[in-house]
Each structure stands twice: as C-alpha cells, then as structure tokens.
Design a protein around this ligand. Sequence first.
Ligand SMILES: C[S@@+](CC[C@H](N)C(=O)[O-])C[C@H]1O[C@@H](n2cnc3c(N)ncnc32)[C@H](O)[C@@H]1O
Length: 397
Amino acid sequence: MKKYIFIHGKNASLSRYELQCVFGKHMAVQTDLFSVLEGELTVDQALMDSLGGTIKICEVFDRDPVDVILNEARNEKILFGLSQYGGHERLSDILQGIKKKLKNHGRNARFLNNNYANITSGQLNKSFVLDKGIDLIRCFSKGKEYWGKTIVFQDIDAYSKRDYDKPRRDMKVGMMPPKLAQMMINFARPVPPLTPGPLQGENSDSGFGYAGTTIYDPFCGLGTTLMEGALRGNPVMGSDIKGRLVHSTLENLTWLQKEFQIPTTDNRQPITCFQHDATQPFPEKKFPKNLVVVTEGYLGPPLLRYPNQQQQKDIFDLLHVINFKFFLGLSQIIPKGNRLVMTFPFFRMKEEKVFYPEKYLREYEKAGFTIENDLRSLLYERENQVVGREVLIFDRV
Ligand SMILES: C[S@@+](CC[C@H](N)C(=O)[O-])C[C@H]1O[C@@H](n2cnc3c(N)ncnc32)[C@H](O)[C@@H]1O
C-alpha cells in the first residue's frame, strides 16, 4: 500500500487534527512534525491548497535515496533538497554523504539547503527544484525511518495574495489567518460541492441548486473565513453587526472570484451576506438545510499589553453575554449532526495561559451542543501576541 507524508505547519495540534478530519482512519502515524497516510490518494495542488495545516505532501519510497535521485535527475548537474524531521544525524553530514555518493556515480550535484537548514516553501517556490531536480524528506517516528520525495507544497504566493491584496483590509477588525480559517473549515467537515444537486431547502432564498454544504460565518468581519470556504467551491453565507463590514466582505468575495479559479460545477457559486446582530434570533428562512458554522467570533478589544486578572475576567464576561445569546439562536438553524467551529480567545501571560472559562462553555452545551475536541487541545498562537485563539468544535445534538 502506498504511503504519503504530510509535513505539518507551525501549530502542530491543529495540523494533526485537520488531517484526522479529512482522512480519518487512513492517518497511520502522527507526530508533532508530520503525519503518515496509508492508502491510494490523488495528490495534487488542489488537495494541497485545501489543507491549511500542511506545508508539503511527499510520497514515501523504500529504495536507496541516491538511486531515487539518479533516477529522477533531469539535468547533467543534479539539483536536490533535503529536509529532516526528527532524527539526530546532522543534516550537513547527510547532505555531504549524498553528494559524495553521487560523485562516485560520476555525477556532480548541488544541494539547495542554506546553512544546512531544512528547505522552506519559499525556497521550493523560487528554485523550481521540483521541475529541475528533486526534493527529499527523511522522517523518524518511534525508531522507524521514512524517506520520501515532495510531490506538492503550499502555494505561499497565493496565501499572501489573499491576505494582503484583497481590496478590504482593516487591522482593527482583526486579521483571521487564512490557513487557520481553512483548518477550521476542515474541522467542520462540509461536503464539497463536487456534483450539482437539488435545491437545498424550500426556504433558501439564494436558489442554490448545489450539493455542497453552506459555510456560514455569523461574525464575518472582512470575510476571511468565507473567502477560504468560497475557494473550495462551497456556497457561503456571512453576516456581521456592522453594515460597512458586510459590504467589505462582499467586495473581498467578488475580488476572490475574479482573481482565483473557483472549482464550482456551473460557475454559479452562491454567496449571501447580510447585516445581523448575532445575539438576536436568526432569520430562519434565510438558511439552507445543510449548513455548518465556522467563525472567529468577537475576540474582545485589541490588547497590546498583558491584561490584569480583573481585565481578563471583564473581557470573558463581556464575551459570554454575547456568546450565550448567540448559541441559543444558533441552535435553531444548525441541523442536528452538523458542526459549529469557533475560536475563543486566551491570554498568553508570561507564566501561564489563561483560557476562556469552562463553566461558560458548558452553558453553551446546554443549548443543544456537545464539545467534540478536548478543551485546550487546539491552540493557535503566534510569538509576541498576547491573545491566542483556542478552537472548539461543537456538534449539534
Ligand atoms: C474578529 S472579527 C471576525 C473576523 C472574521 N470571522 C473573518 O474571518 O475575517 C469579529 C467580528 O464580529 C463582529 N461582531 C461583534 N459583535 C457582533 C454581534 N453581536 N453580531 C454580529 N457581529 C458582531 C465585529 O463587527 C467583527 O467584524
């Protein structure tokens, strides 16, 4: 059976969970650095582009890596890259060893690694090594060694284009990272719109004619989450308390449809966005039957300094007032069995992390949800940021 290795991004717990949601039991081995999948799989750029937590996908081989390099060499002078995940041997020794063996075969070779560090996506992108040569990985887990060759890697240009070139940006609204949005969408397990289907609900006002699950963000801000949902080809819906942001979201989505190829079956991707206060009852008639909710929610006022205990409590209490009403309303529109995936802020204090209180989360469960993942298990954080995001997955029961 074929094996593939998925190299994780920086937030390993999220990357691992995303792969479990997408591939289920096919995920054979998972470490902090990579996951191994066993099975037949079409590995292409479309798959790569749908995984926010994976930086490259490699096919495992069990031959001598030098033979593989010789076999794949396209030019007289061989170009190769090598990255190591786990393992104790120095990368410099392995690289020099391979170069020497290639020399013994009468071939000159150059490796791409700068300062004997692992190859970055930026280097893969700029060097065209997959066209001109080969990029290898060597991974270790529980005494087992895997060698693989890179088939696809993340398109960093496309991520920065979506992040920085979209027409509406606003640091004050908070910038949801596109990769986190993608992972959260995968946690919600929306059915992709691969085949056109019947109308999704008698009350759907957008005349969908679509099989895919609608992805709804009730705190849509500038529409980052919806952009990532739209990019998969799913129907998307958004709302925000501020009319100005509803317009910004629509502008960003229109730009996305123009700038990126969206894999819709009939070029009629349904997009709906309207002004709504998420603490008020949702206008049920607007929503199709097959709906998942993926949202960043309101994280509280932006913080540059560490909040003291009283400030922490005040922020959590303020959010709880909003979230409690939000969950009550939401239970009326999410179908049973479907998911809500939402971020909650936590404070990254010098000594400890201060999380959104569990007693509040348990109150939301009483509105008809169960929390699917372990509390405090899916964390997204960046160095120098006081506020991190905890991702929670709620099943509507
Ligand atoms: C952190 S931003 C969300 C970012 C967004 N999810 C994205 O993907 O870009 C929070 C948003 O919640 C909105 N908001 C705050 N309170 C709200 C409420 N009661 N109902 C609806 N939206 C609200 C704010 O206007 C803001 O746009």
